[in-house]
Ligand binder design. Structure first.
Ligand code: HEC
Length: 139
């Protein structure tokens, strides 16, 4: 695991409350807007993996409304952030991701307690995006 992935690996759900306090734009609204701009083309408007670009991909985009369902009902916020972050930095997720990497990198960082009492800096746009995905989970 890269240091970045390791850094995000321990993050707990408490992160979103901190973000809400730290940012003026409600994270749900910002996360939804970022999703519409950078993710919906592949993952679909509703997150079900059926965006217009999906058919032309070798690998079917994941159904992002079932992330928790695939993991016994628990939404792994830290893991999702590390997945998004890893994809956007390495660009092995699709051709449109570098732009997203810049958008994430440009957002102010918020300090998030990983659950072990050690706050780590997380780009607020990354947290907002992961929080939006958490809000669209279905059984
Ligand atoms: C170019 C098409 C494309 C775009 C754009 C895209 N994705 Fe993906 N995404 C995929 C594909 C394909 C997979 C499945 C990859 C795999 O399984 O290795 C995936 C998988 C994922 C996963 C893993 C789901 C899981 O359960 O493990 C997450 C999270 C995710 N995408 C989030 C996003 C977010 C957030 C954005 C927008 C910032 C985004 N993706 C933009 C194609 C895309």
């Amino acid at each position: 695991m890269s240091p970045t992935l390791t850094r995000f690996a321990g993050l707990a759900g408490a992160a979103l409350a901190l973000l809400a306090a730290a940012c003026t734009t409600p994270p749900a609204t910002r996360g939804q807007a970022l999703y519409a701009d950078y993710c919906a083309s592949c993952h679909g408007d509703a997150g079900r993996g059926d965006g217009p670009a999906a058919a032309s991909l070798a690998k079917k985009p994941a159904d992002l409304t079932r992330i928790a369902a695939r993991r016994g009902g628990t939404f792994p916020l830290a893991r999702v952030m590390s997945v998004i972050d890893g994809y956007t930095r390495r660009n092995d997720h699709g051709s449109v991701m570098p732009e997203m990497g810049a958008v994430i990198a440009a957002s102010p960082e918020v300090m998030v307690d990983t659950g072990d009492g050690t706050p780590v800096p997380v780009p607020s746009n990354l947290l907002a995006l992961a929080g939006y995905l958490r809000s669209i989970q279905r059984p």
